[in-house]
Ligand binder design. Structure first.
Ligand code: SAH
Length: 224
């Protein structure tokens, strides 16, 4: 059997530009976020043999029952984080590492937590192969956040929780942003994508859109 061809660089550039245009036409305005998505090689984060689907605006299976998020949702969530080059960010749910790679282009440092060892290792390897040095992948239960490296300017949760995990607000700097899907999971269930800002001890919350994520595990499982 012949080896699959290496992706043609010109074709890649065209696919990346086409995805950018789709996101723009769907209302994504933040040009830094659009640049980050255009310049992040999404095909590297998909399982072998599925790279051809990498540049469509869809979620895809990445193994272990998990998914790489749809680029549109990555764009909405990343825009809502309002990152600066100084931001220190926590991601809960590394998955393929794609969202972390997009974040890495827009901020100073990312800590990304994944509970499944296989996905953690795979993402860590892909990010290293791409020479991305400002993402630290850690393995553990992100339901508790990652207190060791708090406080964060922004926290993004890329799996759906039935409520805002109670440990997270205290790990945000004052004025920091928390973006996450909250609601039921399973079957056709949809969640609300929330963007929250920490004001003193309070969270000011607004709803961005509806979305569909895999469940966030961990915490107290008895009520789920
Ligand atoms: N951001 C990812 C998509 C994440 S899918 C990407 O860009 O590809 C959600 C991920 O969250 C899955 O990999 C799942 O294993 C992980 N996850 C679920 N619950 C978790 C928890 N409590 N702590 C850490 N990771 C969790």
């Amino acid at each position: 059997m012949s080896q699959p061809d290496l992706p043609d660089p010109q074709q890649l550039r065209q696919s990346a530009r086409a995805l950018r245009n789709v996101l723009e036409s769907e209302g994504i305005r933040d040009s830094r976020v659009l640049d980050a998505i255009e310049n992040t090689p999404r095909h590297r984060f998909l399982p072998e043999g599925q790279e051809a689907a990498a540049w469509d605006n869809e979620a895809h299976a990445i193994g272990c029952g998990q998914t790489i998020s749809q680029p549109y949702i990555v764009a909405v969530m990343t825009s809502a984080l309002q990152l600066t080059p100084e931001s220190h960010v926590l991601e809960i749910g590394t998955g393929s590492g794609y969202q972390a790679a997009v974040l890495s282009r827009l901020c100073h440092s990312v800590v990304s937590v994944e509970c499944l060892p296989e996905l953690h290792r795979r993402a860590q390897q892909v990010l290293a192969d791409l020479g991305i040095r400002n993402v630290r992948c850690v393995q553990g239960d992100g339901w508790q956040g990652w207190p060791e490296e708090a406080l964060y300017d922004a926290i993004i949760v890329t799996a759906a929780a039935p409520e805002i995990p109670p440990a997270l607000p205290a790990q945000l700097k004052p004025g920091g942003r928390l973006v996450l899907p909250v609601g039921p999971t399973g079957g056709e269930a949809v969640q609300e994508l929330l963007a929250c800002t920490r004001r003193d001890e309070e969270l000011i919350t607004r709803i961005l859109c509806q979305c569909r994520f895999v469940p966030l595990t961990g915490g107290d499982q008895s009520d789920r």
